[in-house]
Design a protein around this ligand. Structure first.
Ligand code: ADP
Ligand code: MG
Length: 499
């Protein structure tokens, strides 16, 4: 192999109480895709921030073309040929692509018309479909990403860093991105690809570097890696990838939704004539790109949104738009927004664990809370769900994402819920926490609970569900038995195509 274009030697970065990067060595060669893999908190973003001039390392050095460099800012990084495609593009919605990119060329203001041919040239060279005159607010997440790639290339990037670029894409859009990445590699660019999705990493990268707790724990050519070997490196122990679902014993119809219509918060039609049934013990996976009616469906089923047509019955009785009443009737809700809706960050773990029944026995007597009951409840749940918290009196905002999710699960799934509304239940969780959430949900169904699983993670949907449906523009396609669908057929339905 040629000389590395970029070499990191002994990079260490400390934050109060944590060594985010611990003596990291890394090489990036011209014309390769290097995947950076690791669980949440492994130190990937910190390392990228150092490379992009957002953080300065405490120790270690960065060599570019063999020469030591001190990267002082993102602008400096791009001058050195290092570009970053952020997870959430920072583009100005009411401006055009050309206007946005003109703002970024050097420090001077560049006339937008003059940049159009430059954009077209770069886009053409790498198969990036970008319309310079399109307004940003009309673009899909995939299109915005392409604009960010063009921005880096306009700035002269030789090394492109993509931070979890596929997390906002459908499978087809992700494929389109991989095609562009291959074009860039062929043209001699180096790409640093960050993802926690093992299939993708195996499919696109040439080499893989795995971080765990700030340290490099492995580096290998992609052709020598397997899903199992990578997961073991990431987690530090053996991980199983079997389909986790045992054949369930299903009961009668628990939830019947017929011709359901509902409006969004902005008054638009969010659910159009949605019908499905869910039997006791069954898991229905609802896939789709966010914003196609998923939130409104869950809001109706959890009592947070009124319907504008159709019927919804639970155990044969029409449901009410009253969350407390529905919780009482056995509807558990694991919300998407864990910190706004799922927990109150300033309250303690013990208080959050009793949040749904804070004002009732045994947690309250009259207007007074009963600390002894709160504590007893918290102690048993913290133990049962293995919540890592310094104390049950710690405010929940100090917990990691995985532990906040465990608090919500422990609260919502205690007792015997009949219907569990699980919305992106493992989003942002590491492999260990994800396994635990899946195990708990499956166990509840073996005890008779039904699950409506809303997720953008098709792996998760396919590995847990009995039936799968897709929401697209407020219409429900399916449900289909899980055996009859694939990644590809779901991806097509998610973008409005036919299966
Ligand atoms: P990853 O991107 O792999 O999920 P990060 O680089 O974001 O990991 O985080 C590595 C560790 O450093 C984590 O323990 C995280 O909490 C900590 N950390 C990251 N950024 C900061 C910061 N600005 N201040 C304090 N701690 C941080
Ligand atoms: Mg990160």
């Amino acid at each position: 192999m040629a000389e590395p274009l970029l070499r990191l030697r002994g990079i260490t970065k400390r934050f109060p109480g944590v060594v985010a990067n611990d003596g990291v060595d890394l090489e990036v060669y011209p014309g390769e895709v290097l995947a950076l893999l690791g669980e949440n908190g492994a130190g990937k973003s910190t390392l990228i921030s150092i490379l992009y001039g957002l953080y300065r390392p405490d120790e270690g050095e960065i060599l570019l073309g063999g020469q030591p460099v001190h990267i002082t800012s993102p602008r400096h990084a791009l001058e050195l040929g290092i570009g970053l495609v952020p997870q959430h593009p920072l583009l100005v919605g009411r401006h055009t692509v050309a206007e946005n990119l003109a703002l970024g060329v050097g420090a001077r203001l560049f006339p937008a018309q003059r940049i159009v041919p430059l954009i077209e040239k770069i886009a053409g060279a790498y198969g990036l479909h970008v319309d310079p005159k399109a307004h940003i607010h009309t673009l899909s997440p995939g299109e915005k990403q392409r604009v960010e790639i063009v921005r880096s290339l306009l700035g002269g990037a030789r090394i492109l860093i993509l931070d979890e670029p596929t997390s906002v894409l459908t499978p087809q859009e992700a494929e389109a991105l991989f095609t562009v990445m291959r074009e860039l590699r062929t043209a001699g660019k180096s790409l640093i690809f960050i993802s926690h999705k093992l299939e993708e990493v195996l499919g696109i990268s040439d080499r893989i570097t795995v971080l765990r707790r700030g340290k490099v724990v492995g580096g290998l050519p992609a052709r020598d890696a397997t899903k199992a070997s990578l997961a073991e490196l990431m987690v530090g122990r053996n991980v199983s990838f079997e389909r986790k679902r045992k054949v369930p014993k299903l009961g009668g119809v628990l939830l019947a939704v017929q011709g359901l219509r509902a409006k969004s918060a902005r008054g638009l039609d969010a659910l159009r004539d949605v019908s499905f049934q869910l039997r006791a013990g069954e898991i229905l996976g609802v896939a789709g790109v966010a914003g196609n009616g998923q939130s409104e469906l869950v809001e109706v089923l959890s009592g947070l949104r009124k319907t504008s047509g159709g019927t919804v019955t639970l155990d044969g009785r029409p449901i009410s738009a009253n969350p407390a009443q529905l919780f009482g009737a056995g509807v558990a809700h694991i919300p998407e927004d864990r910190i706004g809706m799922g927990t109150v960050p300033s309250m303690t773990v013990a208080e959050n664990l009793a949040l749904r029944e804070y004002d009732r026995a045994p947690f309250a007597r009259g207007l007074l809370t009963v600390p002894r009951q709160l504590d007893a409840n918290a102690k048993s749940k913290v133990q049962e769900y293995a919540v890592a918290t310094p104390s049950i009196h710690t405010p929940s905002r100090l917990l990691s994402g995985g532990n906040i999710q465990k608090v919500i699960l422990a609260r919502e799934l205690s007792g015997v819920p009949k219907l569990i509304l699980a919305v992106h239940p493992t989003y942002g969780l590491d492999i260990g926490a994800t396994e635990q959430v899946h195990r708990v949900l499956l166990e509840k169904t073996y005890q008779g609970a039904s699950v409506l699983l809303v997720s953008e993670d098709l792996e998760e949907i396919l590995s847990l569900s009995d039936q799968v449906a897709v929401l697209y523009h407020g219409e429900l396609k399916g449900p289909f038995p899980v055996e009859s669908v694939t990644h590809e057929s779901l991806g097509l339905l998610m973008t409005g195509g036919a299966a």
